[in-house]
Design a protein around this ligand. Sequence first.
Ligand code: 5GP
Ligand code: ZN
Length: 133
Amino acid sequence: MENNCIFCKIANGEIPSATVYEDEDFRAILDLNPASKGHTLIIPKKHAANLFELPEETAEKVLSIAKKLGARLKEGLHAEGLNVVQNNGEAAGQTVMHFHMHLIPRYNNDTVNVKWVPGTLTEDDKKEILGLF
Ligand code: 5GP
Ligand code: ZN
């Protein structure tokens, strides 16, 4: 557990939360300031600041939990869609520096905004990026 990390305290039950799921490694809670009805956060109990610090084993488990909880939320709340969002770093909009995955149920004509302006893949960028792998 990391000192003064709010999500360490929530995930480990030191601070109470509206918990929808818990196992040995994770707690999933309702977001206090939801983007939409049912906005849920999947939080590992062991501190990792972001995706890059997440142990491989935890990374593998998290999408399986997202699938299960996402399906329950979508069906139970009669949502029309679901966004899975996961921010890494301030530049990406991360505000709590303990890894978490957002499940955001989507409803026709809701006010959630996870859109960007589509760009164009240039030949130079393509070459540079393909060269990384
Ligand atoms: P981020 O921007 O880091 O990806 O997302 C942080 C999320 O955590 C936000 O959606 C915010 O509303 C939520 N959040 C921050 N503090 C608390 C808290 O103490 N309890 C709960 N349930 N959610 C929180
Ligand atoms: Zn933490």
